[in-house]
Design a protein around this ligand. Structure first.
Ligand code: GDP
Ligand code: CA
Length: 371
């Protein structure tokens, strides 16, 4: 690549934003924005390369009358330098006075605390939504304050929330919102299935399909393959755009040595019948141009069932795995990972510099994995 690249990244919240922060750090060094010409780069990016982040909106919810978008906000705060580095999420210098008031009224979820500063974001967003603006426009207005250095797009402007099916006491099943399952129950209730509510009516947000079609490189951040990347790909039209783009498509494994690096993604993978391993997740995404491995979900029929809805051809040209998974990836080259070029290197995001080096290797793998 001679000109500064255009990169589209599919991403969830914390894992996604850590990765993109490293990506931007590396791009600043390699393709710095020309001095004195701010128009060369996005505000806050410092690079002539352009990055569009397509964020998961499956975690979004209405709470206390407000639209809360956890993954969009994690990315905006982390890239805009407003996040709490120690906690790893939310706003720096946060307090929780308003949440205590809401709890006293019995409004909202007592186990899902919204910080006071964070509530300002949700109020602003909800106010714009109430005025009739789409989520993508509300997101652009929020980002105008934080300058995340990327074009941050919700996967969809429509509400397609992730619901989790679990067993109930009466021997049947019930559904709860993903955030209730994840935060209140710490993903400990065995999930029988994940459903994207109303996804059949959802459309990709403006700019999403264009960003994938026009990118020089498409990356899957090392985000949760089911409830972050899977939900983005579940919006009708997005997986096909990935299959059809002229750009190479490279994923970064969120699984290292058979374990999730941080978090509880294994609970999601087992629910859709995918082993918690770098090879199995790569095979789940599948090789572009080849029929996918056809890994099915929990076997329940129904629209929007995650895990069961990656039919047809696969999505990846390249798959970046950790060094500990090098041998497994190599031996899977003629089997589950056939058609996918793999590269192994350490994948822990210890520092922003190390993350930048991981992102640089993802771009190098992309350059060698042209479809
Ligand atoms: P969430 O929306 O906040 O849950 O975050 P994401 O879905 O974007 O990312 C969560 C995933 O990031 C976890 O399941 C981890 O597997 C992955 N992850 C977190 N830290 C690292 C890291 O240092 N290296 C890699 N390769 N993956 C990571
Ligand atoms: Ca999330």
């Amino acid at each position: 690549m001679s000109a500064a690249p255009g990169i589209a990244v599919l991403a969830g919240g914390v894992g996604g934003s850590r990765f993109v922060r490293g990506l931007l750090h590396g791009l600043r060094a390699e393709w710095p924005a020309a001095a004195g010409s701010p128009e060369e780069g996005m505000p806050g990016s410092g690079t002539a390369a352009s990055v569009t982040v397509i964020a998961n909106t499956g975690d979004d919810l209405w709470l206390a009358g407000l639209r809360v978008c956890p993954d969009l906000d994690s990315i905006m705060y982390a890239l805009g330098g407003a996040n709490d580095e120690e906690r790893g999420w939310g706003r720096r210098g946060e307090s929780e006075r308003v949440s205590a008031e809401l709890t006293a009224y019995g409004v909202g979820w007592p186990w899902f605390t919204l910080g006071d500063l964070d509530l300002g974001t949700h109020i602003a967003r909800s106010s714009w939504l109430r005025d009739g603006l789409p989520l993508s426009e509300a997101t652009a207005r929020l980002c105008a304050r934080w300058n995340p250095g990327v074009t941050l797009l919700p996967a969809t402007d429509d509400e397609a929330e992730t619901l989790v099916t679990v067993a109930d006491e009466a021997g049947g099943t019930r559904q709860l919102h993903f955030e209730e399952w994840w935060v209140r129950h710490r993903a400990a209730l065995p999930a029988l299935a994940f459903t994207q509510n109303n996804v059949e009516r959802a459309r990709p947000a403006p700019g999403v399909l264009e960003a994938i079609a026009e990118a020089d490189v498409v990356l899957f951040a090392p985000s949760n393959p089911v409830v972050s990347i899977g939900t983005i790909l579940g919006i009708p039209g997005i997986a096909d755009a990935v299959r059809q783009t002229a750009a190479p498509v490279v994923g970064i494994s969120p699984i290292i040595g058979g374990a999730v690096v941080r978090g509880m993604a294994d609970a999601c993978l087992s629910a859709i019948g995918v082993e918690t391993s770098a090879v199995a997740v790569g095979a789940h995404y599948g090789a572009r141009g080849l029929p996918s491995a056809g890994l099915l979900g929990a076997g329940l029929p129904g629209a929007g069932l995650l895990g069961a809805d990656l039919p047809g051809a696969g999505l990846l040209d390249g798959w970046l795995v950790d060094s500990t998974d090098a041998a497994a990836a190599e031996s899977a080259a003629g089997g589950p990972l056939a058609g996918i070029r793999t590269l192994a290197r350490p994948l822990w995001f210890h520092t922003v510099e190390e993350t930048a080096a991981i992102a640089a290797d993802a771009l190098a793998l992309a350059a060698r994995s042209r479809p």
